[in-house]
Design a protein around this ligand. Structure first.
Ligand code: N01
Length: 498
């Protein structure tokens, strides 16, 4: 084995490193920057694509933007006052990540075009052995997953979709070569992605048919350009950024209070969303179709001032009948009506818990992680470690997603925790760290108990928050300060360190 160089062609021998990070989105880049800041140079980032940015590289649909304000949805160690809008657009966020990667000396540590396919933990060596699709082998003491949950597109299981002779693509793989001008366009799905691009498609398309299975709750929201004077103040005086960041946090946390098992407290917010439908939609039939029947917050709450007007436009039809099949040139619904279309856009979300299937890593007992989790359920400690998989850490892992606040906060907490775990091993002259089973069990019981009371589980809907057994493996059911408190110290007693 020998030390790594990112540019080394035709590597036949394994590449050794102390820390191997999988993915270069917000999670992986953040981890790499923190390692750099702490003086580490012995790390590598594996990236399957050819540039950084993760979800902010992949999703390029028109109108793609973050629905969390950028002052919060950015790293605390790279806060900026220069965001052009309160809610930034995808190109601006992708650019932010590229700049940080270059400026912080991470880009040269990334091995691009390297997709992880398998790996195993060697107990005798206390090292992970990983292999990529191109046949490269890596040996690492620690593996940090930054693979994210929402990036494997989900195509609906509708009979006939392969027979469709027109153009079709998924929102996360937008085909910019398809000209929608004047076309008969169908959009299937009405989640966070659809709501952002539907207003753009409606303006271009000849006709737009939106196939809605479950209506979303949509709150009014207007995006604001940040005035130049304010941007200057925010850019030049760091304390103003901090104040702005914290005030938005508190606002979001108050919303979380409602979501946090007190679903009745969501009623006033539901009233605002109902008013939003009534003020935007004149047609009673369309209003009826768009009115959700579950408690707000059960699915991700959306915000837009453009979505309802686009649905009310004369060239748009909303279909709430179940789709029965797709033919060469139409979508047929359960009422027997055939809707002729030229283009189908799937806004049907992602394979969520399956996202971890790409971490086909065999742990200390020889079972790979996806099989292990399929058998036992997805259990972790703090969403960061899982028993039997020593020296493997997750960023934005199970049960640490948020419906109400910035996941970048969670990622940063996790990075700090992982750094402390590595320090704890190194300072003891040890090699491996593995969470104690009883600690993991206690954490999961506690979190599932809280989730069972929350609006995501009993709000009368299904969503990607729940796995096929109806168990919530995605959301953190508390305030972010509670997660901060739970992760601020790495407790060596909770782990076997050897
Ligand atoms: O996906 P979704 P998304 N037949 O899973 C429907 C993040 N995000 O890409 O509700 C018919 O939410 C499905 O219907 P139903 C954010 O966390 C963030 O929109 O299951 N319809 C639903 O309407 C978000 O939550 C931003 O009944 C089918 C839609 O497709 C997550 O990504 C922006 C169907 C899927 O909605 C995912 O959002 C965008 C079928 N067979 C996304 N299968 C930010 O701003 C599915 N549907 C940060």
């Amino acid at each position: 084995a020998r030390a790594a160089t990112a540019t080394d062609p035709g590597i036949a021998e394994p590449i050794t490193t102390k820390v191997l990070i999988i993915g270069s989105g917000f999670s992986g880049l953040g981890m790499a920057v923190q390692l750099r800041r702490r003086g580490y140079s012995d790390f590598i980032v594996l990236e399957k694509a050819d540039s950084v940015g993760g979800t902010w590289r992949d999703n390029t649909y028109p109108g793609c933007a973050c629905d969390v304000p950028s002052l919060m949805y950015s790293y605390s160690f790279e806060s900026r006052g220069s965001w052009s809008k309160v809610w930034s657009s995808q190109p601006e966020i992708e650019q932010y990540l590229k700049e940080i990667s270059d400026k912080r000396g991470v880009t040269q540590k990334i091995h691009f075009g390297q997709k992880l396919v398998s790996g195993y933990w060697s107990e005798s060596e206390s090292r992970w052995h990983l292999r990529t699709e191109s046949g490269r082998e890596y040996i690492a003491q620690y593996v940090v997953s930054g693979v994210g949950a929402l990036h494997i597109p989900n195509y609906p299981n509708i009979p006939g979709i392969d027979e469709f002779a027109g153009q079709a693509f998924h929102s996360a793989k937008w085909d910019h070569t398809v000209d929608l001008q004047g076309k008969r366009v169908a959009v299937i799905g009405t989640g966070a992605s659809a709501i952002q691009f539907v207003p753009f498609v409606q303006k271009e398309a000849g006709t737009l048919t939106v196939f809605q299975r479950t209506p979303a709750w949509v709150l009014p929201r207007k995006n604001f350009a940040v005035p130049t004077a304010l941007r200057t103040v925010l850019s030049k005086i760091p304390i103003t950024r901090r104040l702005a960041r914290w005030s938005v946090y508190w606002g979001a946390e108050s919303l979380a209070f409602g979501l946090n098992g007190h679903s009745n407290l969501m009623r006033p917010i539901e009233k605002v969303a109902k008013w939003n439908i009534e003020r935007s939609i004149a047609d009673p039939e369309l209003r009826r179709k768009l009115m959700p029947s579950y408690r707000i917050g059960c699915k991700r709450i959306l915000g837009s001032n453009d979505y309802y007007p686009a649905l009310a436009a004369p060239n748009t039809t909303v279909i709430s009948d179940r789709i029965e099949k797709v033919t060469a040139d139409s979508i047929v619904t359960a009422d027997g009506v055939s809707h002729p279309v030229d283009v189908i856009i799937y806004a049907t979300g992602f394979h969520v818990t399956d996202g971890f299937d790409q971490l086909a890593l065999k742990g200390a007992r020889g079972e790979d992680l996806p099989s292990h989790w399929h058998r036992t359920g997805i259990n972790t400690h703090l969403g960061i470690t899982t028993e039997g998989f020593p020296n493997l850490f997750f960023l934005l892992g199970p049960n640490t997603g948020l419906g109400h606040n910035s996941v970048v906060f969670m990622i940063e907490q996790q990075i700090k925790y992982i750094m402390k775990a590595i320090d704890a091993v190194d300072s003891r002259g040890a090699q491996r760290v593995d969470v104690r089973p009883e600690v993991q069990e206690h954490f999961n019981k506690n979190i599932q108990h809280k989730l069972a009371k929350g609006v995501w589980t009993n709000g009368g809907c299904t969503s990607w928050y729940l796995d096929s057994q109806g168990v919530n493996r995605t959301v953190w059911p508390g305030f972010t300060w509670q997660y901060w408190r739970a992760t601020k110290d790495f407790e060596p007693a909770e782990y076997e360190i050897a």
